[in-house]
Ligand binder design. Structure first.
Ligand SMILES: [Zn+2]
Length: 63
């Protein structure tokens, strides 16, 4: 399961969330803001698209 790191724009706190689906709503656990910013933390940083990518891989070379 993908874990994403978020930073709240309102209170500035960072937290990690297990995201089960792309449309999952993430809420800041500190202040309750429903629009935290997703950080690209290390992995899956390249070629990231917001659309649900059913075709994985591309230029990976991972079998
Ligand atoms: Zn917050």
């Amino acid at each position: 399961m993908p874990i994403y790191e978020y930073k709240c724009k309102d209170c500035g706190s960072k937290f990690e969330v297990l995201v089960y689906s792309n449309s999952e709503k993430v809420i800041c656990e500190k202040c309750g803001s429903d629009d935290p910013e997703r950080l690209m933390s290390g992995f899956a940083a390249s070629g990231f698209t917001s659309s649900s990518g059913s075709s994985c891989g591309g230029s990976g070379g991972f079998t």
